[in-house]
Ligand binder design. Structure first.
Ligand SMILES: Cc1cc2nc3c(=O)[nH]c(=O)nc-3n(C[C@H](O)[C@H](O)[C@H](O)COP(=O)(O)OP(=O)(O)OC[C@H]3O[C@@H](n4cnc5c(N)ncnc54)[C@H](O)[C@@H]3O)c2cc1C
Length: 439
């Protein structure tokens, strides 16, 4: 994002857990701050040093430790790239339980540390469920070995949960044990053009009812985000005629056990949507081959990249009730307009896209430059809006360096106080990713 820059002189790339432990102990004894770094794809500045901390990169820890093709349990070093793990389990007919646009660079340790959600959460749930065990180097160098492969283990406090989403503030994850689901035998997708945002909710209800167990993604892209993705070459699925009059788009993916069965269900859904007395959609295009399948996904996955290419992005990754997605984008646009900031040389676009199925909206404001004026117009306005719906100021990207000041909009005083106590207990010298998550 080009938003954060530290002054570190040193990057260390250990190859083993023992080496990580020795580095951490050495730093702890000398009160030297450490920033754990995975693929460096995080969107809240968590992996970037704020001052001159030592960067501890996991990029040399890339071994798969074990894989059980019967249970689907994979144990891998934290530095394994998500895509390479996906490729590793594919010949065994398994998939990773998470998938995201950054899969070619992000690491499984980074994914777990940010509790990344992504495109499969609707189907396979969050990492709090699929991660079975972790190996973590604690801030004093102690190795906490909780790398079990058990599905069931109710023996006291589940410590590993604390490190899932801790963004490297409690310790360094060196290995992950994770449950990989069997690969669906058939996947398909369709992109639907909707005349009005108001149709998204009834559409979601209809799609869930008709596709039931084979529904694996229900993603939303508003018109501005769609046009930007197309402009920056992130896939194309619909002709100009087909997008005419569309206010937003929905990508539906199915993953099931039998191609003919799934296609029939999807076709029946499309027919019923198009033939309804008051159709919820203008049109829909179903992928006919793997290239089209990828192109439809590229549209959705490519929005993040398109936004970065277009300008400087103010990104808000929020959880709010589904029915308020559009209101939130519209109110933000209106706010910027009322401040005289909505113009080609200041704010170029305001858009919403995201994971409808998870109630997660990505509200993005694209500007020519990061300025105080824009920042002040957006914050705390957006955070107050989110809090008024009892939403979350960070649905999946985390707090990092970007949102420490906004944590209180989603976590009350008692919760923050306990988070601080936990941090102090694990890391009394405050060496582990200082300045992140908690102020
Ligand atoms: C194009 C794109 C699409 C994205 N899509 C999604 C999405 O759909 N859903 C989603 O949730 N996120 C998404 N993200 C952001 C997401 O958080 C990251 O991509 C990913 O999970 C971070 O992994 P990483 O290895 O790059 O971690 P980094 O960016 O290197 O680090 C992220 C945080 O974790 C800490 N960390 C990293 N590795 C470790 C470790 N081994 N031990 C302890 N702490 C560690 C870092 O200190 C930092 O605080 C996207 C990002 C991009 C660029």
């Amino acid at each position: 994002m080009g938003k954060y820059r530290g002054k570190s002189t040193t990057v260390l790339r250990p190859k083993t857990t023992q080496e990580v432990s020795e580095i951490v102990k050495w730093c702890n004894d000398r009160r030297i701050g450490i920033v754990p770094q995975g693929g460096n794809t995080g969107l809240v500045g968590g992996s970037v040093p704020l001052k001159d901390e030592v960067i501890l990169s996991l990029s040399n820890m890339t071994q798969v430790r074990s894989f059980d093709p019967i249970s689907g349990i994979l144990v891998a070093d934290a530095g394994c790239i998500l895509q390479s793990l996906t490729d590793y389990v594919a010949p065994h007919n398994h998939i990773m339980p998470l998938d995201l646009g950054a899969k070619g660079s992000c690491q499984i340790g980074g994914n777990v540390s940010t509790n990344a959600g992504g495109l499969r959460l609707l189907r396979y749930g969050s990492l709090h469920g699929s991660v079975l065990g972790l190996e973590v180097v604690l801030p004093d160098g102690t190795i906490l070995d909780q790398l079990t492969t058990l599905r069931k283990d109710n023996t006291g406090y589940d410590l590993k949960q604390l490190f899932i989403g801790a963004e490297g503030t409690l310790g360094i994850i060196t290995a992950v044990s994770i449950l990989t689901p069997p690969a669906p035998q058939a996947s398909n997708n369709v992109i639907l053009a909707l005349p009005r945002f108001e149709n998204v909710l009834p559409l979601y209800k209809t799609v869930k009812r008709q596709l039931s167990e084979i529904l694996s993604a229900f993603e939303f892209i508003d018109r501005t985000a769609y046009d930007l993705a197309v402009k920056h070459g992130q896939g194309r699925a619909l002709s100009e005629d087909e997008v005419e009059g569309a206010e937003c788009f929905v990508l539906v993916e199915t993953s099931g056990g039998k191609r003919e069965h799934d296609e029939e269900k999807l076709n029946t859904l499309l027919e019923s949507l198009l033939e309804a007395d008051e159709p919820l959609i203008n049109t829909g295009v179903m992928a006919q081959n793997p290239a089209q399948f990828s192109s439809i996904w590229a549209l959705r996955e490519g929005v993040t990249e398109a936004v970065s290419k277009e300008g400087k992005a103010y990104k808000y990754d929020i959880s709010i009730p589904l029915s308020t997605f559009k209101e939130c984008v519209d109110l933000t646009r209106e706010r910027l307009r009322s401040k005289g900031l909505l113009s080609e040389d200041k704010v170029k676009a305001v858009m919403g896209y995201g994971h409808v199925g998870d109630g997660n909206l990505h509200l993005n404001v694209v500007a020519n430059a990061y300025t105080e004026e824009i920042q002040d117009a957006l914050e705390p306005f957006i955070y107050e809006l989110v809090a008024s719906h009892r939403g979350s100021v960070s649905a999946e990207h985390g707090i990092g360096a970007m949102k420490t000041h906004a944590l209180h909009y989603s976590k009350n005083e008692v919760s923050v106080a306990w988070m601080k106590r936990i941090k102090a207990m694990f890391d009394p010298n405050g060496i582990m990713n200082p300045g992140k998550v908690l102020e």
